[in-house]
Design a protein around this ligand. Sequence first.
Ligand code: UD1
Ligand code: UDP
Length: 383
Amino acid sequence: MLKVITVFGTRPEAIKMAPLVKELAKHRDGIDCKVAVTAQHREMLDQVLELFEIAPDYDLDIMRRQQSLFDITSRALTGLQEVFQKEKPDLVLVHGDTTTTFVAALAAYYLQIPVGHVEAGLRTRDKFSPFPEEINRHLTGVLADLHFAPTANAKQNLLSEGVSGESIYVTGNTVIDALLATVRPDYVFADQVLSRIDYGSRRVLLVTTHRRENLGEPMREIYRALREVTESYDDVEVIFPVHKNPLVRSVVEEELGGQNRIHLIEPLDYQPFANLINCSYLVLSDSGGLQEEAPALGKPVLVLRNTTERPEAVDAGTVRLVGTGREAVASETRRLLEEHEYYGKMANAVNPYGDGLASKRIVQAIKHKFGISKEPMQEFCPS
Ligand code: UD1
Ligand code: UDP
């Protein structure tokens, strides 16, 4: 039996690892799969665990209010040392670019355990944007033995850094596996705010913000732009599920609290959230995952950042980088509300990130690599 430990800690890692955990569980004849969560996020992680019915074997429960990078790093490293020493896995699987990701890869390396990196190879080439994710992802790549790159472009990034082609597998992104299993055309919202909106006649702007480099003034600028735009269009409703970070929440409340047609709500469970993307007119976000999900559903995204490690949907014309300046955010949003042809060009369903089979490919690659199966993985090619 091949013993695999999957490690994650935050909401996006959980959403993107859930399909893989489920897929690994289908191969119990050859793979013994355990799940360890750092719980770098608490409530936002638990929402996903509940939805996908994943009961972790280990829960380090490290989250603290306003935790620093040092807090996360040190608590996760010590906790994972114990887990890995006890379980002695043959492979540790990590996802993406969070501090949990990097630390889990480091802990595995210290114990000389092979590491598989899911969502490998994305790069902005800017050390501080996103911070600290760009470097977390890079360092995880340096430590990893198997690189599951979602796209050919991500593979190319790794090759250009000298990573051996034999260790890179182009799989598609598991977020599309999760999305396709979750979005339904006849979905009915249970939430009172969401169920009252007539999505046929109202234009919903779906907003999320959380990036560390946007905390403070950049977020204020974004919110002021939103307020200004919402005031000038009667048919616009802003739905803003506010991240649990108190540094985000205080500024959101100050700038957008008590405004007509701006609905500040708690983070949504993934199921209503994914279905809300599908009902929205436009997405404004500094999230990574939303840049992959919204294009798959044909929804334009204004990215509230100065860089992106996801150029594929920008190239396809569905995603636009607007930064955080008040003027730029307001004018791009107005343009998409007023110019139908312009909106139409951006509202194209494109799927450069996956076809719903990424988890299957990753498991196939692992089985082949460790001699459980003779069949090699077939690479993902966007249609
Ligand atoms: C983290 C990741 C980021 C990822 C994001 C997804 C790092 C350094 N950052 O950023 O890459 O994009 O998650 O959302 O790995 N909090 C709660 N409950 C929760 C979650 C968070 O109260 O369920 C609060 C806590 O006060 C916590 C704070 O939010 O201290 C910040 O959480 P943290 O994980 O440090 O940073 P994020 O900005 O969420
Ligand atoms: N998401 C969610 N509920 C919300 C907001 C986002 O389930 O209220 C999902 C979203 O669909 C995406 C992921 O959370 O899959 C993105 O998480 P986040 O923006 O926190 O992190 P990032 O992707 O930037 O790392």
